[in-house]
Design a protein. Structure first.
Length: 95
């Protein structure tokens, strides 16, 4: 279902993979992409209902379980890692 169901937050996965693909580059791309992935993924929090089966039946979103929060946390952790690396390298260049 994912992207085909009109749930745009699924695209956060593609953005996150793009961020992972730019990990070795010394640029702001991983930081920008991880922020974008988080924003797109967090958009699911505001969905009132989702398509819950292949017949197109809609169900209300009643709660968010650990999988959703782990998914979002992975994006934040990736962002924090790259911020740490960026500031560490900047500090090393000043010494």
């Amino acid at each position: 279902m994912g992207w085909a169901s009109g749930n745009g937050s699924w695209f956060a996965n593609i953005i996150l993979v793009a961020a992972w693909a730019t990990t070795q580059k010394k640029s702001l791309y991983p930081i920008i992409l991880s922020i974008m992935a988080f924003i797109v993924g967090f958009g699911f929090f505001f969905k009132g209902n989702i398509i819950s089966d292949s017949a197109g039946t809609k169900s209300n979103v009643t709660h968010y379980l650990i999988g959703y929060w782990t998914w979002l946390s992975s994006m934040v952790a990736y962002l924090l890692y790259h911020l740490y690396i960026m500031f560490k390298e900047k500090r090393m260049n000043e010494i």
